[in-house]
Design a protein around this ligand. Structure first.
Ligand code: TXA
Ligand code: MG
Length: 336
């Protein structure tokens, strides 16, 4: 079910003509434009309804293209690229001359990534230059991990979509800022801090005050439309019962089956394997969003570095009001 060479060529022509092309990567689907074409890049912002100041990732066919986009390729950047590219890693570097402000949000840095998905690689090879692409969803919404998700987001407003099936990873790339003296993990992903430190021991967790902005860290990012709350394992069933007694039906995403029969409830058991859980997370959130429930409850992920990306996306997806209401609901006396 992969696109034909002719479809990939046509999509590359569309990029050259300044059009927007959605394409699969191993993480999530991207909404691509020729990175050096300012008008094309602006079309991506318009389609996504994303604020113009939020920078995009430039996708490259090969690490050998780095010097055309970054003016200083630090030694941590070289080591991380050598180890993890092609793959789900984005490096933030000082931008080279001529990299448009439209891509970098006017910052002096640029985010770069060499994806491993065969369709992304074929498109990059056919196009022959960098493709700027955010995740192919409306601003603030859940990222798409299947072609159908992209159709659901944009419908007929999007003319070009390469269908490459399900994305393997399902969570957005790990972002490491290598533009300063100390490399910093800006966004956790399937490549963990432990894996990064095995290559570059000095990688720090989290943004410094002077770090480049990561708009993905805005509140209400990666969020389904139904209010979502993260609930401790042992409180799941009780929270569902109490919410339902108060007239609020819940949809649940857990790593296990329900321990008792609960009425009128959608319960997804996504299993305990972190790669599988991450792969399915956004598809599950979309499914639960359609369940027509008053709230989505997600079982709190376990501790540990390998669950950090899942924990991060759930923190961002959770609704502060639902989170405090449902947690309060557990205190005796608040609800019947
Ligand atoms: O896996 C991914 O990274 C996917 C696929 C399509 O490659 N893309 C993606 O793009 O998640 P987007 O736009 O949804 O998220 C890109 C993140 C944003 O949080 C943005 O702020 C950050 O990358 N970013 C881009 N340029 C940056 C820069 N110069 N400095 C710091 N952060 C930057
Ligand atoms: Mg995004």
């Amino acid at each position: 079910m992969q696109p034909t060479d002719r479809e990939v060529e046509s999509a590359a022509d569309a990029l050259r003509a300044g059009e927007v092309v959605a394409f699969p990567t191993e993480t999530v689907y991207g909404l691509g434009a020729a990175a050096r074409n300012v008008e094309a890049v602006q079309r991506v912002f318009a389609l996504k309804r994303r604020p113009r100041s939020h920078p995009l990732i430039v996708h490259l066919a090969d690490a050998s293209e780095l010097p055309r986009w970054a003016r200083q390729i630090t030694s941590p950047a070289q080591q991380l690229a050598a180890r993890f590219w092609p793959g789900p890693l984005t490096l933030v570097l000082l931008r080279a001359e001529g990299v448009p402000d439209a891509v970098t949000g006017g910052q002096d840095t640029v985010a770069l990534r060499v994806p491993s998905h065969p369709v992304a690689r074929r498109l990059l090879a056919a196009f022959g230059d960098g493709i700027a692409a955010p995740s192919a969803n409306r601003y603030g919404h859940v990222s798409p991990t299947r072609a159908q998700h992209v159709r659901d987001e944009f419908g007929s407003a999007l003319r070009w979509l390469l269908d490459g099936g399900d994305c393997d990873v399902g969570l957005e790339s790990t972002i490491v800022d290598c533009s300063g003296p100390v490399p910093r993990l800006l966004r956790p992903g399937s490549i963990t801090l432990t894996q990064l430190r095995a290559v570059v021991p000095q990688v720090e967790a989290g943004a410094a005050v002077e770090s480049p902005r990561v708009p993905g860290s805005d509140a209400a990012h990666y969020a389904p439309r139904t209010p979502l709350a993260v609930i401790a394992d042992e409180a799941l069933e009780d929270t569902v019962s109490r919410a339902s007694a108060a007239g609020r039906r819940c949809a649940v995403l857990a790593r296990r089956a329900a321990r008792r029969t609960l009425q009128e409830m959608t319960w997804i058991n996504a299993g305990a394997d972190v790669a599988r859980f991450g792969h399915d997370l956004y598809a599950h959130l979309r499914e639960l969003d359609r369940a027509g429930a008053a709230c989505i409850l997600v079982q709190a992920p376990p501790p540990g570095d390998d669950w950090e990306a899942v924990r991060d996306r759930l923190r961002r997806a959770s609704d502060p009001v639902a989170q405090s209401e449902l947690t309060d609901a557990l205190r005796p006396g608040v609800l019947p």
